[in-house]
Design a protein around this ligand. Structure first.
Ligand code: 6PG
Length: 247
C-alpha cells in the first residue's frame, strides 16, 4: 500500500472463498452499523455497485437492525434508469432495500434522469448537504463506504487516467467509463469516511491488486491506491484475488 503516515494501516484479510468473504464482510458491516448507531444514533452508509456485494446485500435482509436509523447512499452509479439491469441502485433495492423497512426518505439513489450528468452530480451533492448539515464547513463524514475494485484497479467510478481522479473541490462528480458517464463520489468524500470496506473477489483482480498494494505504482493507473480514508480501511479478499499478494 502507498505509504501515508497520516492514515491508519489497512486491515487486510484473505478469506478462503467468496462465501467466506461475504460472511466476513457481513460481520464487519454489522459491527460498523451498530457502533455508528450506538455513538451517533444513526448510520450513514454508501453502497458499492457491481456484482461482488450482491450476496452481502441479500444477507442483510435477514439481519435484525434498527432500520429506521440507516441512511443509504451509493458511491457511484451508471447513468441508466433505476429499473435498468445495470443500475447499482436497482440491484441493491431488489437484493435488500425493498425487503426491509428503512424509511424511503432515508434512501438516496443517485439521480440519472437528467439529460445532463453534471446537473445530476450537483443535485446529489446538494442531497448530501441536506443529510449532513455541517457539510458547509467540512466534507461530510459517512460512517461506512463499501467499495469494489475493477480488474483495472478502478473503484467507485474513478477510472484510470480520468478527470474524476483530480476533483478535490467537490463531493460528487461525473465519472467516465469508455465514454459512458457515471456519477461518483470524489476522493475527498471517500477519504473522509470513518470506515471504507473493499470487497474484492476473483483471480481477475490479482494483477491490479498487486499494483494497488505495491510500495510504488502509478496511482492514476490504479486509482484504488488513492483510497486512504481518515478512518479505518478494510480490504476483504478471497484467495483467488489475494493469492499473489505478499502481505
Ligand atoms: C460499478 C462499481 C464498480 C465496481 C467494480 C467491481 O458501478 O461497477 O461501483 O466500482 O465495484 O467494477 O465490480 P465487481 O464487483 O462486479 O467485480
Amino acid at each position: 500500500m502507498p505509504s501515508n503516515s497520516s492514515v491508519n494501516p489497512p486491515h487486510v484479510e484473505i478469506l478462503p472463498d467468496k462465501a467466506a468473504l461475504i460472511e466476513r464482510s457481513l460481520a464487519v458491516v454489522l459491527s460498523v452499523i451498530n457502533d455508528a448507531i450506538a455513538e451517533r444514533d444513526r448510520c450513514t452508509l454508501a453502497l458499492a455497485g457491481g456484482s461482488t456485494p450482491k450476496p452481502l446485500y441479500e444477507a442483510l435482509v435477514q439481519q435484525d437492525l434498527p432500520w429506521q436509523k440507516l441512511y443509504i447512499f451509493w458511491g457511484d452509479e451508471r447513468y441508466v434508469p433505476i429499473d435498468h439491469p445495470d443500475s447499482n441502485a436497482g440491484m441493491a433495492k431488489t437484493a435488500w432495500l425493498d425487503q426491509v423497512p428503512i424509511p424511503p426518505e432515508q434512501i438516496f439513489p443517485m439521480p440519472t434522469d437528467s439529460a445532463d450528468p453534471e446537473a445530476a452530480a450537483q443535485q446529489y451533492e446538494q442531497t448530501l448537504k441536506t443529510v449532513f448539515p455541517d457539510a458547509a464547513e467540512t466534507v461530510p463524514q459517512l460512517d461506512l463506504i463499501l467499495l469494489g475494485m475493477g480488474d483495472d484497479g478502478h473503484t467507485a467510478s474513478l477510472f484510470p487516467h480520468t478527470d474524476a481522479l483530480n476533483v478535490r473541490d467537490r463531493l460528487i462528480t461525473v465519472g467516465n467509463k469508455d465514454g459512458q458517464p457515471r456519477i461518483t463520489f470524489t476522493l475527498p468524500l471517500i477519504n473522509r469516511a470513518r470506515s471504507v470496506l473493499f470487497l474484492t473477489a476473483g483471480a481477475n483482480k490479482q494483477q491490479a491488486l498487486s499494483q494497488v498494494f505495491a510500495a510504488d505504482a502509478d496511482a492514476a493507473m490504479y486509482p484504488s491506491r488513492l483510497i486512504r480514508p481518515e478512518g479505518e480501511l478494510w480490504w476483504l479478499l478471497d484467495e483467488a484475488a489475494g493469492a499473489a499478494l505478499q502481505l
